[in-house]
Design a protein around this ligand. Sequence first.
Ligand SMILES: Cc1cc2nc3c(=O)[nH]c(=O)nc-3n(C[C@H](O)[C@H](O)[C@H](O)COP(=O)(O)OP(=O)(O)OC[C@H]3O[C@@H](n4cnc5c(N)ncnc54)[C@H](O)[C@@H]3O)c2cc1C
Length: 300
Amino acid sequence: MIPPQFDYERPTSLDAALDAVAPPDAVPLAGGHDLIPMLKARSVSPGTVVDLGGLDELRGVERVADEGDTTTEQLSVGALTTDADLLDAAPTGADALLDATRAVGDAQIRNRGTVGGNLAAAHPASDIPAATLAADATLHLVGPDGDREVSAEGFATGDHETVRASDELLTRISVPLAPDAGSAYARKTHPSTGYAAVGVAARLRVVDGVVIGPRVAAVGLCDAPTRLAAVEDRLAGADAGAPVEAVESATTRAGDGVDAPVREDHIVSADQRRALLPKYAEQAVSEALARAVGREGVVA
Ligand SMILES: Cc1cc2nc3c(=O)[nH]c(=O)nc-3n(C[C@H](O)[C@H](O)[C@H](O)COP(=O)(O)OP(=O)(O)OC[C@H]3O[C@@H](n4cnc5c(N)ncnc54)[C@H](O)[C@@H]3O)c2cc1C
């Protein structure tokens, strides 16, 4: 439980932080809830730990107008924003993100854990990635070659694996905020780890009484967050005036088309995760639909 020796740096500007993470054996530190246990378990042995805590520019939550479409907005969440600060900001129109953030660990974890750290850690059972995938969020990275944007769909590639290069930093996350969208997140807590055994986020719009553009994503199921295409296909165009039937027929076989291997451990088997999926898909989609119906006709 004693970490290996490493150098420690605490830059106070983004440029200095990029210089500090440039060596291949340097790792960024945000809230430390994932990294510190890994250091203690010696599953990582960095030459330098680069504490991002001095980068105030990567903290905060703000709404920004969408370029080219004045009816929609983006929620911009700085990567170092703690879960607790996101919940305090309580932005409207990002319900699944708030549901998922509320589900993270406990108050101590949320007070220190960051939204960016949750995504960058790419723990297969983390809650926030389900919400960002369902919302079609964009992750903003900066590295030695400048800025780049990666969709939430393309970011996590496996268990603790992402497309982020070791010399890149995640700076912020943009979440689309359609005024008439509804979203929600529901999870079955793993009885041992306290993370999600299965968690599902759903986001959809209701226009003229019909479900439009549903996106549904699961975590805890496979090594990377997974879209539930069968649910999305069955939900698109469904009659929002008959929500019970619409949701039931969309979520009963929620796992159809999930090709990636389903995770298992000695407490929750792959079969149990598959069996849990329809119930939590049903909860997330029902709540998203109820919220969307409540916002139908709302304009920015
Ligand atoms: C007891 C416990 C219970 C938990 N329960 C849950 C839960 O129920 N649900 C859940 O979703 N999570 C849970 N977590 C995880 C926690 O919420 C944090 O999300 C997670 O530990 C990572 O966030 P962090 O800010 O602590 O990042 P750190 O641990 O500091 O970093 C995590 C990883 O991301 C990298 N990183 C961090 N920030 C950046 C950045 N800006 N740019 C590039 N790379 C970066 C680091 O190098 C490291 O590899 C739990 C953690 C603990 C200890």
